[in-house]
Design a protein. Sequence first.
Length: 364
Amino acid sequence: MSERFSVMKVLYRSVLKPVLFRLTTPDTAHDIFVAVGEFAGKYAILRALVSFFYEYKGKNISKVVDGITYRTPILLSAGFDSNGRLTRILRSMSFGGEEIGSTTAKLCEGNPLPRMTRLVRNKSIVVYKGLRNDGVDALIRRLKQTPRIPEYVIGVSIARTNSKEVNKTIEAGIADYVETFKKLNEANIGDYYTINISCPNSFGGETFIDPTLFPRLMAELSKVKCTKPLYIKMPINIPWNDFKQLLETADTYGVQGVIIGNLNKNYKDLDHPEDAPAQFRGGLSGKPCFTLSNELIKKTRAKYGKRLTIIGVGGILTPEDALEKFKAGADLIQMISGMIFGDPGMMKAICERYAEWKSHAVSQ
Ligand SMILES: Cc1cc2nc3c(=O)[nH]c(=O)nc-3n(C[C@H](O)[C@H](O)[C@H](O)COP(=O)(O)O)c2cc1C
């Protein structure tokens, strides 16, 4: 690890982060990060400065997955850059790509504040965003106007609009997903698409994690002629039997893979459950997702071999955690909480550890 990198890490962890955590709510801190990141992404000099500290420039660790080349196998997970404002800066922080969204057919204001609560001792965030985003039309406009950064993959996560009116019936919910998918596909925005069926805090709940309803959604989505990889964002709190049925349906309809997985709804999985809001107020990110996601990745890999791509996400807080996800069977990994509870150099540290592990594995 270079000296400049260590100095920044100490400065960030011992000065900037404690101040940020003390003075800002997570919602404000997130808004600040997105505004600063979007600004920095516009200027080559600022991107170069961020790269100087945080971009991985070691041995080649690129990976081709479903025909797409990832410069590094780490992506920013869906929900942090919901409106696609950070596409020009994240490569400088060692991300090989990101999943924008989840985006929806109609604009969503999201749930009332607070939409995020930090549970610092638990290394977790209570997420109650409720799919707050500008809507797919605005996203398409923005991404068309934003020049792409080379060797940086953009996936787009698609969810059902969080509104009572849109979701009066199952058919209306399906039509809402299909509308967004079609629009993105026709506008040729995004390198891959994800169907998010597992948002735990939007109106109507997770309708399509029901194995009897999921085939109806897939039947309609599969009518859209799309040549890009399609993934399903899986829930992590359902019994293996139901999970397996969802996988079977996904496979039957020819999706390329699954993202395992979304937030944990079980507050008992916290190290300190007494820190959580008394009433359920959104899913948990971070540490409480780690083991659940790893177990499901292992089982999915064992059942499907290389037939399904697996993107592993949930509770990656250290480079060793990242390796565990790969060892469990993930082809790529995604993260959010590890960047928040760690520091902006976390992704570079993961790349370095991954490169070391890979070269060790090859030499054996
Ligand atoms: C603030 C926040 C918002 C999120 N919003 C979404 C979303 O819109 N769509 C989605 O598929 N997942 C969403 N998630 C879940 C993450 O993509 C990820 O699955 C989860 O946080 C576990 O990863 P982590 O432990 O690295 O944070 C969100 C997570 C956070 C922290």
